[in-house]
Design a protein around this ligand. Structure first.
Ligand code: ZN
Length: 114
């Protein structure tokens, strides 16, 4: 008898609830991995509401001010590191690496997010 269990045997709903998402505070330049919640989570440090980003966002160091500035700029335009696909071929669009690129990115793709 095989001991291996297909992943579908495991409770899916509880697993999904445990997915952690990066929540960022732009004032403190910190990110915290927390489960998704309808209400905005408050920053444990300054108690301001944090912004939840896509799991594709990777944490930045506090001192990387230029990168934080870029991320804040993107978020303020509705880009939370969710996947954006090129039309009509559907290829995935890469997020910009620098603040200067982010400005062009927002101009090009502003219509792709709500
Ligand atoms: Zn904070």
């Amino acid at each position: 008898m095989k001991k291996f269990k297909h992943h579908s045997y495991f409770a899916k709903s509880s697993q999904e609830q445990q997915h952690l998402f990066p929540h960022v505070c732009f004032s403190c330049r910190k990110s915290f991995k927390k489960p998704k919640r309808a209400l905005a989570r408050l920053c444990p440090q300054c108690h301001e509401p944090m912004v939840m980003l896509s799991r594709k966002f990777s944490a930045l160091t506090m001192t990387d001010v230029d990168q934080w500035r870029k991320v804040e700029y993107l978020v303020s335009h509705g880009f939370r590191f969710q996947s954006i696909h090129e039309q009509p071929n559907g290829s995935l669009i890469r997020y910009p690496a620098t603040f200067a690129e982010a400005k062009l990115f927002v101009e090009d793709y502003a219509g792709r997010v709500r």
